[in-house]
Design a binder for this molecule. Structure first.
Ligand code: NI
Length: 206
């Protein structure tokens, strides 16, 4: 006779699912790039990543994608409670902005939260004070955040921590997107890309 013990999803299962999702995201991006190449330009791939959003910046001011026209955008989705990837990537973006010197004004780094529940305007302001002051932090309603993430094909999913009733992590894709002056996708960077690589890619487009 066996008594059925309710199974909790193991951390390995969670990691496996996250890995599959991450790989799926990478493959999707590859596909976007390949279809752009095949079309002999970037027009077909461009439309797939990026689009309109309407959120609030870290001062509470309403901001849309239109406010960044005329500048290149570095778009990154993450959250301020992220223990690992986001601080590293925001440091990377900060280094890029410093290395750009006077050209920094031609580039708008945009950090969009995937955790609007905890990332209030004040929280975003506090957190971004630790990084380069060019960075615009955007938050909004869960619906507005979901819409923005969908435009950028960003995956995110809250993962409850069994050890705590209130804490949770948010799995999320962590690409830094480089968008052109009209908000169209140019390329993206991931963990392997250094600030030098990113600066070089930006300078090609200035
Ligand atoms: Ni993160």
């Amino acid at each position: 006779m066996s008594k059925k013990v309710p199974r909790r999803p193991s951390i390995l299962a969670v990691i496996a699912i996250a890995a599959v999702v991450a790989i799926g995201g990478v493959l999707a991006l590859r596909w976007v790039e390949m279809s752009a190449d095949r079309a002999g330009g970037v027009s077909s791939g461009r439309a797939l990543i990026g689009g309109p959003f309407a959120l609030n910046d870290q001062t509470g001011k309403p901001v849309t994608d239109q406010d960044f026209r005329g500048r290149l955008m570095l778009v990154y989705f993450g959250y301020t409670f992220c223990p690992d990837v986001c601080p590293t990537d925001l440091q990377k973006i900060s280094a890029v902005m410093e290395m750009l010197g006077p050209d920094a004004d031609k580039v708008a780094p945009v950090f969009i939260t995937v955790d609007p529940e905890r990332d209030t305007t004040d929280q975003m302001a506090r957190y971004l004070s630790l990084f380069n002051d060019h960075i615009t932090g955007l938050t909004g309603t869960p619906e507005a955040i979901a819409a923005a993430a969908k435009e950028y094909r960003v995956y995110y999913q809250a993962v409850r921590d069994d050890a705590s009733a209130t804490d949770y992590l948010v799995d999320h894709s962590a690409f830094i997107y480089l968008m052109d002056r009209e908000g169209a996708y140019l390329t993206h960077f991931n963990r392997g890309d250094t600030p030098d690589t990113i600066v070089a890619a930006i300078k090609q487009r200035l």
